[in-house]
Design a protein around this ligand. Structure first.
Ligand code: PXP
Length: 235
């Protein structure tokens, strides 16, 4: 069975809506682990719109023994941070300021030389590197050529249209990557309805799931949260 890595970015999104200290993603990470998450994932964006440097540092120190994945753009700033923080896994993602979320896999073909040098620097800092990539054989082959340890297959198109055709595209991409000797993760858009078939593809190492889990957490928690404040008002 794949490991579940819970992306907690959107706990920080709620915090940043008020620029305050709650909800704290570090506490959220600990509770996710109590819920049997195998790992915690965060995306440190250039604009720090949700997760910030303090979160990354504290998470790396406070969830030892669990997989800590840092998603990041392939920039000098992120090279510096990841080399200091030493997450269990670095996942390279494309990043655009205007996007609401990561929109597609990294174009490994288009930046082959740059990424190849970048991966060498990450590896020289003893980091394990995954590349978030579309379910495209040429891109996956390029990820292998430039020295990636893992690829994370982008499940977004399948999540938008969870039909047999899109599922088979993901499955074949996973098998193709595994055939090249790459370890394979999967993620993006996975939720309580569409995750099971992906989890059953053999030998996927990790699923990275965020938005649907945080959304569900709000819904399963709201009754208790209201009850607590109602009890306090009624005292
Ligand atoms: N994997 C990668 C590379 C991502 O960028 C994201 C979103 O931050 C996810 C997985 C999780 O996607 P979602 O929030 O839709 O579950």
């Amino acid at each position: 069975m794949p490991k579940l890595c819970v992306n907690i970015d959107h706990i920080a999104t709620v915090r940043e809506a008020r620029k305050t200290t709650e909800p704290d993603p570090i506490l959220g990470a600990k509770l996710a682990i109590l819920g049997r998450a195998d790992g915690i994932t965060v995306h440190l964006r250039e604009d720090r719109r949700h997760i910030n440097d303090r979160d990354v540092l504290l998470l790396s120190q406070s969830i030892k023994g669990h997989l800590f994945t840092l998603e990041m753009a392939a920039t000098d700033e992120m090279l510096d941070i990841s080399s200091k923080v030493k997450p269990a896994l670095v996942t390279l993602v494309p990043e655009k300021r205007q996007e609401l979320t990561t929109e597609g896999g990294l174009n490994a073909i288009g930046q082959k030389k740059y990424l190849s040098d970048y991966l060498r620097k990450l590896h020289s800092n003893n980091l394990t590197v995954s590349i978030f990539i579309n379910a495209d054989k040429e891109q996956i082959k390029t990820a292998k050529d430039i020295g990636a340890d893992f690829v994370e297959i982008h499940t977004g198109p399948y999540a938008e249209n969870p039909n047999e055709k899109e599922f088979n595209i993901v499955k074949e991409a996973v098998f193709f990557a595994q055939g090249l000797g790459l370890k394979t993760n999967a993620g993006h858009g996975l939720n309580y309805q569409n995750t099971k078939p992906i989890a059953q593809i053999p030998n996927i190492e990790q699923l990275h799931i965020g938005h649907s889990i945080i959304s569900r957490a709000v819904m399963v928690g709201i009754k208790e949260a209201v009850k607590e404040i109602k009890d306090l008002i009624n005292l």
